[in-house]
Every structure is written in C-alpha cells, then in structure tokens.
Design a protein around this ligand. Structure first.
Ligand code: SF4
Length: 664
C-alpha cells in the first residue's frame, strides 16, 4: 500500500500540500502566515481529516495557512515556535478523535498504538491535547488569539463528565485559556471569521458568530443579539455540587444543539459567563460540495514516507463520504452533538467526481471500500414539511418511532449506488458504514415506501463484502429504550428479510450484529438474556464492546449522575471494573473459561433455568418465547425500585429480575 502512496507523492510537487515546515512556507514564496493550525494527528490531506479540511477552507478563503502536526510538547517547545506567529490566529485541534478516547481503552488501559500517526505509533500527542496545545500557545504568544475546534473541543464545550479523570470538568475554554471555540463542523463559522477579520474587525470583537463559544466576565454582561433567545444552564459550580443539576442541563444542551433555530446557551463558570452561540443552519448541497471539492491531494504529507503507513488513512483511502449528520440520536453516540441531527448531503455529481478520483489512485484495484456516511442510509433524508422540523425539539427522528414527517425514501441512495456501479473502473463499491437496519423493516418504518426493499436487495446483492454489520446493541427493551434503539423484535424481522434475500440470490452472506455491554440500564439479567437470544438465533458474537462514557452523550450523563437528563429518574449503571468485565463475559458464554462463572452467577441469582438454556444440553430444543417475569426480590425492595426502572421494565419483553440484585 505504501508503495502506491509514495509513487503518487513523488509525482506531485510539494506545493500541492499545505506547508508544514519553514522551508515549505518559503517554497510557496510566503514570508509570513495568516493562520497556523496545530494538530494532534499527522497531516493527511484528505477531506475526512479535520485539520486538512480546515486548512483547505482557510486557503480557499485566500489566506496563507500552514499546519504543525503532532508538535513535541515535552521539549523546549521549538515545534510551536518554528513558523513564528500568525497574523490572524492559531487554530488548535486534538485531531479527528478525542485524545483520551484515542489513548485509552474502555477499561482505561493505555493503548499501544495510534491510528492517526505514521506506523501506528503511540505517544505523539498529549492527553487532553487541545487543552495542552492551547495552554502552550497562550504561554508563548499571549497576544495572539487561539481558536480551538475539532471533536475534543466541540464535545467539551460545556461542563462535562471526564471518564478518565472520573470528574466533572469545566468547559474547555476555561481550562485551556483559548479565546474562542468553534463547535461542530467548522466550515461556516471559519469562513465568517475570516471574512469579518478581513474587513478589519478585531478577533476579540467577534461575539455573534453562530456555532462559536467564548468566555466573558459576568460584569461585562452578554453581547447583544436581537435574533437570539437565551437559555441559562445551571452554573458549573452548581453542577459540581448537585449531580441532578448537571443531568438536567444536558436536556437543554442536546435540544438546542439539534434545533434548526437554537437558543444561545449561557452558563456561569467562576467569574465568567460561558456563551455558546446557536449553530448555523444545516449546510446546503452547494456548501457541502464546495468543501469536498477543495484541491486535496488525498494523501499523507510526503515527510511521513519513511515512518510507515498511517492506519486511519489506509482504512479510508478508497472510501467516499456522501453526507454528514445523523438523526438516530442514540444515547451513547456523539455524532449529532458534533455534526448535527439534520443531514447535510453532497450532490451526486460531487460524489461521483470523488469516486473517479479514487479510481485514479495508483494502487486502486477496483474496490471502493465504503460509500457511506455516519449512518450509511440517511443520504438526502429530511422532513417532508420543513416548517414542522423547524420547530422540532426531538433528539431523534426515528426513536421511539419513525416520525411521520420523515421522508425515508432510499431512492437517492439507490441512484448513487447504481451510478457508481456504472463506472467501468469500479469492480465493486461496498457499503462499509453502518446501516440503520430498523428503517428497512416495514413493521417499524410504517410509512416507508417500496424503495426500502429495493435498497436492501441492492445492498445485499452488490455492496456487501460477505458480512453485513448492523447494530441492534442490546436485546432487552428496557435497555434499548435508554439507548434510544428500537425493540430487538425488529432486528429479528430484519434478519428474516436478510435470510430471504440471501437465499433467493444464493449469496451466502453473513449478518453480523454489534452489541454494547455495561450501558446505563443494562443489568446482568439483560446480558444473560442477550446471550440466550443471540444464541437461539444462531449467532456467536464477536463485534462487541464495553460502553465508554465519552463527553456529551445522554448515556455519559446517566453514567456519572445516575439520572436520566430528560426524566430525572434514577437509572442503574454498571460502573465498577468488576461489573463491566462480568457483563462482557456474557457475550462469550461459549468460551470454556466463562462457562462456570456464568453458571455460578445465574445460580446465585436463582436463575438456573437461564443457565440451563444458555449452557445446558437442552438448548437446541428450547422454545424461543420471551422469558417469564420472575421477580423474587423482597416486597420492600420491589416497592423501592425507581419509577424509571418500573416503567422501562414493565414494557420489556424479557422482563426478569435477579434475586440478589441490589438497587444502586
Ligand atoms: S419533525 Fe420529524 S423529521 Fe422533522 S426533525 Fe422532527 S422528528 Fe425529524
């Protein structure tokens, strides 16, 4: 793979990349720079890599921009000084991922590799990278504005729970000393910042740009803007004192971030007001095309040639992203908090142009690895009546049911897949991104049209590489409800359809379900149930993960506070290492080393019947009916269960309790 990259890199002049050294800046004939970007990732000049995308936008606005990728933060800080100071501002990002998610596993073990660094080597970025870089820049150049953005900064824009230090942290502006934060996808705010600064407006006067946040001393009051209403959250200090106040904040943060016309969010932190301006409207097709059509080389910077491949780049180099945003609203996911709930789609023309570019890459062998998006099958989907969406506060368009105003036609997707297939240089284009299987089940998608079946048939016959991965995530209705996922019964319906199409075309494809353990609301009984349900469907699970509480999700708020942010009801969450590891063992019930543990656990819980179904020899003939309710806890314990648990549990179709389970 590296050889193909190298060949193409050698063919191109160095000036095709944004400069990353003093020499490359001089080669462009520049004596100074307008903007310098600091990034925690290696520089890959591809639209999927945030620092490159931002750099290209700044360049497109006519400014001189350079990138300092992965500067050394532990020496005399020469990397931060090597390009001098920019005329406009420093832009800081931790990279494509939150640095803590990148550096640590769900069990907080340090990872030994890093997909965004050449050779996959770890150790080229500090923990809390955006924070560290901004602090260093403010220390060296106190008079130069520092603007932070990217996933890490965006999702830490307000008081948030940090799993790795196990505490609430204030917004990242307060901790980093940065002057401004751009949240979400940065194109629109950045273009506006550049335009206003070009008109001579000083950086510190930019207080009314949508999708930006900043701090202001309380004494100075709030900047005036007659177009926006304000909503004030519980202060950071109140959140530190009261978990419920912190949980309650999240409902407003999520709703305002997902509205088409959100309110300005205000939060007091120490002597300051944190001011988060509302987001920009969803990007239009023209704006999306403009971003993706910028002159990316689609390659890592040549300086990395001798250091090995960059795994994240190798993974996506033959893939094409069609849209941004996700209206699924899953509780554990941050996509809508960063990219928004409304879908911003590229034109078919722009997508096909990129496909053509991919086919021209020297090591392209005819296979597009992914033609997708955050959720593969949301391209071009939106409300039928826009004015209804304009007032909507729902965090999801498909939970708990599919909104009757949502147009779920898969026709635009089918058209693109067919158009890509017509390219003679493409042998096969795969859909590697996750498909929302629930939208393809007519019993769930009651207003869906004929394109659902057509899409499924098209995907299974043309665009799956042997395995179709979908994410039911759990089997218990009570946990699925907290996850904002549909009942497992719809997954069973989907599997039936999958099997029918597979048989009809003699495809021999495999359906691979993804699951999460230790999610808020999920107890050992749910995990035992998950193991039995999936065993009885003939699955031996492999694609599973332990829930990681990342900043700015509903699930993380519940994990830390114990309260659901919308209902403020108490919800149980497995938190200790022991509980998490034990839940994980249920996925692998078939492994010899886990069998006695599971048998013992179920026995202690008085559920030998489950042990028998999961591990005993009568499995193959066991009925597939849902389990009977079997609450053997003491009456006073039953009476003491939270209303939340009662509501969720009574709706669950696998509703049973462990005798020894404690209310936490
Ligand atoms: S009205 Fe329906 S389609 Fe529109 S945003 Fe709300 S949930 Fe989504």
């Amino acid at each position: 793979m590296q050889a193909g990259n190298n060949k193409e890199q050698e063919r191109r002049p160095m000036s095709d990349w944004l400069p990353i050294t003093k020499k490359e800046v001089e080669m462009k004939g520049w004596s100074d720079l307008d903007v310098i970007l600091i990034s925690g990732d290696a520089y890959v000049d591809h639209p999927a890599f945030g620092p490159a995308a931002i750099g290209r936008i700044i360049e497109d606005e006519g400014y001189k921009v350079a990138i300092i990728p992965q500067p050394n933060w532990q020496d005399d800080l020469r990397d931060f000084k090597k390009l001098g100071k920019p005329k406009m501002f420093f832009g800081v990002t931790a990279g494509c991922m939150d640095s803590m998610v990148n550096h640590y596993t769900a069990n907080k073990r340090k990872r030994s590799n890093d997909s965004y660094t050449p050779g996959g080597e770890a150790g080229f970025r500090p923990d809390y990278a955006a924070n560290t870089y901004a602090q260093i820049l403010k220390q060296i150049y106190p008079d130069v504005p520092v603007l932070i953005g990217g996933v890490e900064a965006s999702l830490r824009r307000v008081t948030h729970y940090d799993y790795w230090s196990d505490k609430l942290r204030a917004n990242i502006l307060s901790t980093s000393g940065a002057d401004m934060l751009v949240y979400g996808m940065g194109e629109q705010p950045l273009r506006e910042i550049m335009k206003l600064m070009n008109k001579g407006i000083p950086f510190d006067s930019l207080k009314t740009i949508p999708q930006t946040a900043f701090l202001r001393n309380v004494q100075e009051g709030l900047p005036k803007n007659k177009n926006w209403q304000d909503i004030e959250l519980a202060s950071h200090e109140d959140c530190l004192k009261d978990k419920k106040a912190y949980a309650a904040n999240f409902k407003f943060i999520e709703q305002e971030s997902n509205k088409l016309k959100g309110r300005r969010i205000i939060q007091k932190v120490g002597a300051d007001h944190l001011i988060i301006n509302p987001p920009y409207p969803t990007m239009t097709e023209k704006e999306m095309d403009r971003s993706f059509d910028l002159p990316f080389t689609r390659l890592p910077h040549p300086k990395y040639n001798k250091r090995g491949t960059i795994p994240a780049f190798e993974m996506i180099k033959f893939s094409v992203n069609m849209h941004r945003g996700c209206f699924g609203g899953c509780s554990f996911c941050t996509i809508s908090a960063h990219q928004g709930k409304f879908i911003a789609s590229r034109s078919q023309e722009s997508i096909l142009k990129e496909v053509e570019k991919v086919t021209e890459m020297p090591d392209f062998k005819g296979y597009i690895s992914d033609i997708g998006g955050p959720s593969a099958n949301m391209y071009k989907m939106k409300g039928k009546v826009q004015s209804i969406c304009d007032k909507c506060v729902s965090p999801s368009c498909i939970d708990p049911v599919i909104c009757s105003n949502l147009d779920t036609s898969h026709q635009p997707l089918i058209d693109i897949y067919k158009a890509v297939d017509e390219n003679p240089k493409v042998k096969k284009a795969f859909v590697g991104s996750g498909i929302r299987y629930d939208m393809l089940v007519p019993e769930f998608n009651k207003n869906g049209d004929h394109t659902l079946d057509e899409y499924m048939e098209q995907v299974l016959t043309r665009h799956v590489s042997g395995r179709l991965k979908v994410a039911p995530e759990n089997t218990a209705d009570n946990t699925l409800k907290i996850m904002r996922k549909p009942s497992f019964k719809y997954f069973k319906m989907f599997k039936k359809k999958f099997d029918e199409i597979d048989k009809k075309h003699s495809l021999n494809q495999q359906l691979v379900p993804y699951f999460i353990s230790s999610h808020p609301g999920c107890d050992d009984a749910d995990m035992a149930n998950l193991a039995i349900e999936t065993k009885e469907m003939g699955f031996q699970l492999e694609q599973v993960q332990d829930f990681t509480p990342t900043p700015m999700t509903v699930a993380t708020v519940i994990y830390y506070s114990g309260f659901h942010p919308y209902t403020l009801e108490e919800i149980y969450t497995p938190k200790s290492k022991k509980e998490k590891l034990e839940q994980n063992k249920f996925f692998f019930w078939y492994k010899k080393e886990n069998k006695s543990f599971i048998r013992e656990k179920l026995k202690t819980a008085g559920r030998e019947d489950l042990a028998e179904r999961l591990l005993g020899g009568v499995m193959d003939h066991a009925p597939k009916a849902s389990f009977e309710k079997k609450d053997k806890s003491k009456p006073e314990r039953r009476a003491g269960k939270s209303k939340q648990n009662r509501d969720f549990k009574k709706k669950g179709n696998q509703d049973f309790k462990f005798r020894g389970k404690k209310k936490r």
